[in-house]
Design a protein around this ligand. Structure first.
Ligand SMILES: Cc1ncc(COP(=O)(O)O)c(C=O)c1O
Length: 453
C-alpha cells in the first residue's frame, strides 16, 4: 500500500476526484469521510475513529470485511490466471464453474443461464438488451418499450437511467432512451391515490400497469423491470400481492418481467432472492453487488428457460449476442463469487437478515415513537429506511442541514449511516448481531436527538 500521511489525504480529499452521486463543489466544501481500514463490520477512518458500518459498503458487503476465504480465492486466482476473455472462442475454468453453480443456486427462481457483467448497471443494460432481442428473435419486432416504477433505481447507464424513476438521475442526462414509461410505485407513505392500505395500493398500482400497457399497445412493450423491494428510492417494500400481480399481468400480455435484484439477491430481504420472497419467477434477473461481497466488481444477468430457449433454438443472426464487456466473466470475479456462495450458506445470511431485520425495524419504529422528525419507517430484512419530515401533518421533507446533523452525530457516536434525500437508509452487513442492531439504534437515537426531533 502507498502510505500517505493523514494530512496529505485530508488536504487532497475531493480536490482531484469527482465523487459519484455528489456535487463536486459540495464535496470540496464538506469533504467525505476517509475510510482507511475495516474489520468484521467495523470501519476505521483516517483519524482512527471506528464506526459500525450500517451501510454495508453500498448494500454489498453482506459477509463483512473479514471474509478470508474470499480474499484467498481472489489472490489464488490472481496467481493462476489474472485475466482472460470470455468473448466467443475462449472461456476460463472459474467462469464455467460459476455458471454451473449459479444455475443450481438460482434454480428455485427458474434461472438456467448466466451472462456475466462488471456490476449492476451493466446487468440492467444487458437485461434490457436481451429482452428486446428475445422479442426480435420471436418475430415480435415492435416490442421495444420498457415499463418501470417511479422511485425505482436501475443504475446509471443510459438504458438504466431511462427506466429509472427518480428525476435526480434523469433530467441532467436527457434525452434518454425513447419508449420508457413509468407507473406509480406501491409506496404507502406517499402515492397519487392517497391510499394508505398497502394491499389496496398494490392493486391500484397493478391496475396502473395494466392501463399503461393498454395505452402503449401491449404488442409494443418488451419488458417491465422492477426491484422486488425498492432500494435506493427509499426502501419501499411492496405488499406481498404486488409482484405476483405484476407477473400475472406480464404473462397475460406477453411482456417479460425483469427482476432487478442487484440489492435483493443473496439474502438481504430475508429471502435468498426478492422474487423468491414474493413467490415469483421472473424471466430475467439482474444480480451484482453481494455476489462477490463487494471485494471485486462483478455482476450477472440470470436467464430463465423461456428466454434461453428462444435464443438457443434460433440459428439465424437474430440469436447472436452482439453485447458484452471486456470484463464479462472476469476470472478473478468468478473466483470471488465461487468462494462467496458457500460462505453465504454457512452464515445463513438470509435467515440472519430476516431475524436482525425484524429487530432493526422494531428499533426504527421505537425511534419513530420518540422522535417527531421520523415520518415513516419501512423495511424488509436488512433493508430499512427512516423517512424524516419537518412536519408530520404535511409530510414536508426534512432539510439537508437537519439530516446532516443526524449523520454527523451518529458518525461521532460510532455508526456510519447513509443519507439519501430525506431518508436514512440502513443496509448493514447480513452478519450483524443483535448487539450490533442495538449499537445502530443508539447512534441513530443520538443523531435524531441532536437534530432536535
Ligand atoms: C437495484 C439496482 N440496480 C442497479 C444498480 C446499479 O449497480 P452498480 O452501481 O453496481 O452499477 C443498483 C445500485 O445500487 C441498484 O440498487
Amino acid at each position: 500500500m502507498i502510505a500517505h500521511d493523514s494530512n496529505f489525504l485530508k488536504e487532497n480529499n475531493a480536490r482531484h476526484m469527482w465523487h459519484p452521486m455528489a456535487h463536486p463543489a459540495e464535496m470540496i466544501a464538506h469533504p467525505p469521510k476517509v475510510v482507511m481500514a475495516a474489520e468484521g463490520v467495523t470501519l476505521t477512518d483516517v483519524d482512527g475513529h471506528r464506526t459500525i458500518d450500517a451501510v454495508g459498503g453500498l448494500w454489498n458487503v453482506n459477509l463483512g470485511y473479514s471474509c478470508d476465504p474470499v480474499k484467498a480465492a481472489i489472490t489464488a486466482q490472481l496467481d493462476a490466471l489474472p485475466y482472460y476473455s470470455a468473448f466467443r472462442g475462449t472461456s476460463t475454468g472459474p467462469a464455467i464453474e460459476l455458471s454451473y453453480r449459479l444455475a443450481d443456486w438460482f434454480a428455485p427462481d427458474g434461472m438456467v443461464r448466466s451472462f456475466f457483467t462488471s456490476g449492476g448497471s451493466d446487468s440492467v443494460e444487458t437485461a434490457l438488451r436481451l429482452a428486446r432481442q428475445y422479442h426480435k428473435i420471436r418475430g415480435d419486432r415492435d416490442r421495444t418499450k420498457f415499463l418501470s416504477l417511479k422511485k425505482g433505481y436501475h443504475g446509471t447507464h443510459m438504458g438504466g437511467a431511462s427506466v429509472n424513476g427518480n428525476a435526480n438521475f434523469r433530467r441532467n442526462y436527457e434525452p434518454l432512451l425513447p419508449g420508457c414509461f413509468h407507473i406509480p410505485a406501491p409506496y404507502t407513505y406517499r402515492n397519487p391515490f392517497n391510499e394508505t392500505d398497502p394491499e389496496r395500493l398494490a392493486g391500484l398500482c397493478a391496475r396502473a400497469l395494466e392501463d399503461e400497457i393498454a395505452f402503449q399497445g401491449a404488442d409494443t412493450v418488451a419488458a417491465f423491470i422492477m426491484e422486488p423491494v425498492l432500494g435506493a428510492g427509499g426502501v419501499i417494500p411492496p405488499h406481498a400481492s404486488f409482484m405476483p400481480k405484476v407477473r400475472e399481468i406480464c404473462d397475460r400480455y406477453g411482456i417479460l418481467l425483469i427482476a432487478d435484484e442487484v440489492i435483493t439477491a443473496f439474502g438481504r430481504t430475508g429471502g435468498w432472492t426478492g422474487s423468491r420472497l414474493w413467490g415469483v419467477t421472473p424471466d430475467l434477473m439482474c444480480i451484482a453487488k453481494a455476489i462477490t461481497n463487494g471485494y471485486f466488481p462483478f455482476g450477472a444477468v440470470m436467464i430463465s428457460e423461456t428466454v434461453a430457449d428462444a435464443f438457443e433454438s434460433n440459428h439465424d443472426a437474430f440469436g447472436s449476442i452482439g453485447h458484452g464487456y471486456t470484463y464479462s466473466a472476469h476470472p478473478v470475479g468468478c473466483a470471488a463469487a465461487l468462494a462467496c456462495l458457500p460462505e453465504m450458506d454457512k452464515a445463513d445470511l438470509a435467515g440472519n437478515a430476516a431475524r436482525r431485520g425484524t429487530e432493526l425495524l422494531a428499533a426504527a419504529q421505537a425511534l419513530k415513537d420518540r422522535h417527531a422528525l421520523v415520518g415513516d419507517v419501512r423495511g424488509k430484512g436488512l433493508m430499512v429506511a427512516l423517512e424524516l419530515v419537518s412536519d408530520r401533518e404535511t409530510k414536508t421533507p426534512v432539510d439537508k442541514a437537519t439530516i446532516g446533523t443526524v449523520f454527523e452525530t451518529a458518525y461521532g457516536a460510532g455508526v456510519m449511516i447513509r443519507v439519501s434525500g430525506p431518508n436514512i437508509i440502513l443496509s448493514p452487513p447480513l452478519v450483524i448481531t443483535a448487539e450490533d442492531v442495538g449499537t445502530i439504534a443508539a447512534g441513530l437515537d443520538a443523531g435524531l436527538t441532536a437534530a432536535g426531533g
